[in-house]
Design a binder for this molecule. Sequence first.
Ligand code: UTP
Length: 473
Amino acid sequence: METPIMSVPLSPQSAARLAAHDQGHLLRCLSGAGPGYAESLESLDPALLASLFKGEGLASPPDLTSLEPPPVVPAGADAAARAAGEKALRAGQVAVVLVAGGQGTRLGSDQPKGCFPVGPVSGATLYQIHAGKVLALGRKYGNTPVFLIMTSAATDAATRDFFREHGHFGLNPEDVWFFRQGEMPAVDRQTGRILLEEPGKLFTAPDGHGGCLAALSRQGWLDKLAARGVSDLFYFQVDNPLVAIGDPVFIGRHVLAGSQATSKVIYRRDASEKLGVFALSRGRCHIVEYSDLPGDMGTATTAGGTLLFGAGNPAIHLFSVRFLARAAAGDSLMPYHAAFKKVPFWSVETGHVRPETENAVKFEKFMFDVLPHAEPWLLVETPRDDEFAPLKNARDADSPEEVRAAQSRLAARWLAKAGIRVPVDAAGHPAAPLEISPLAALESADLDASRLNRNDWSVPLFLGPDGYWKESR
Ligand code: UTP
């Protein structure tokens, strides 16, 4: 092994630790690298990466022979739960956390995904829609929930700037708490050696949405929430504009059951749908990747013809803050998942390389791995079309067009409940785009039918915050 030039401040202990774990190549570009490089090497945990590369400590599915379909509370009205949820919202017991650290590679935008315009008429961005719901909760229940936003190195600066430029969308900036998740290096798939993005710069990626737990706890956010009297945290992902943030019935069910973790469930369309499924194993709630379900289990149906393991995960959860603090104390219980990815890299031998095939392993934690540690826990069904339309891809499935159409259809269903039928096309979908601002209605019952007396419903329409209709802008 070549002797590193030690003219930059890397401690001999760190250098020895790296060399001992076959990461000596990182020391070869120390000379000439900025001080940030030595710092990034100091904070590496080569022993952890070595064991993850060997497959130790990686997530493994629960014993498949023990899996049973879990109990799910069906969707529907529940007056007692609504009253309990509204009480918690009025008392400021619920905060909201949005995970927005992902790189959005499939969508391919150079901005964080939250900055992407998805409002079918207004062109509102995902961040604006989510922030509008938080603001509307405050107006409706007289107490604006604290809004935590998890960013990553990839999204942090652009997200903070975006909120600042837009006046935090009307929220009090002091009640919008940004925090940054951790990063994980990627390693070469063949050798386990840490990849460099360029000379003197490690290739790192956000450590997965499960990095939320450690970031919330280590940076003191859970303590701050508890000090403010927040007992529960509503968790959701940036890509889904339909999430009923702070849904009072969902909150109430969680509160009345004394649940530590309550999750929404949507039913899978068919056995091939790429969605994690909820499964019961020895009394605990797990999420099993659809690809880990053995063929017959993934396709088995009930006597009624529905999928036996049909309860899919739309990534909408409510966690008790105390439960998260306890889970974070045992954070090593949250395993990493490994994924093969194409990672452009640089090395002394090859220079810059843009690989054609998956050359690297990335390690990520998933938030749902906290669920088996919750007791009691609860699953609650939500109609898929009402609450799940994630923006994932630039075209085809889960594309901006699909996400906009899903919002128009939901607006049409809310209007139908208020007694208004809008013109539809041959497929039964609204003939023109429709959009209801969260500041006009958070749920269909908030629509004031007496104000919806329009003659022409066949043009794009936006129900704005002032409670009256505007034509498309
Ligand atoms: P996805 O797994 O869909 O990833 O994230 P993505 O970054 O949005 O898109 P691709 O896979 O690169 O195309 C689901 C949710 O988890 C968040 C994302 O921001 C999104 O809200 N997430 C993902 C994080 O907050 N941090 C991560 O490290 C990964």
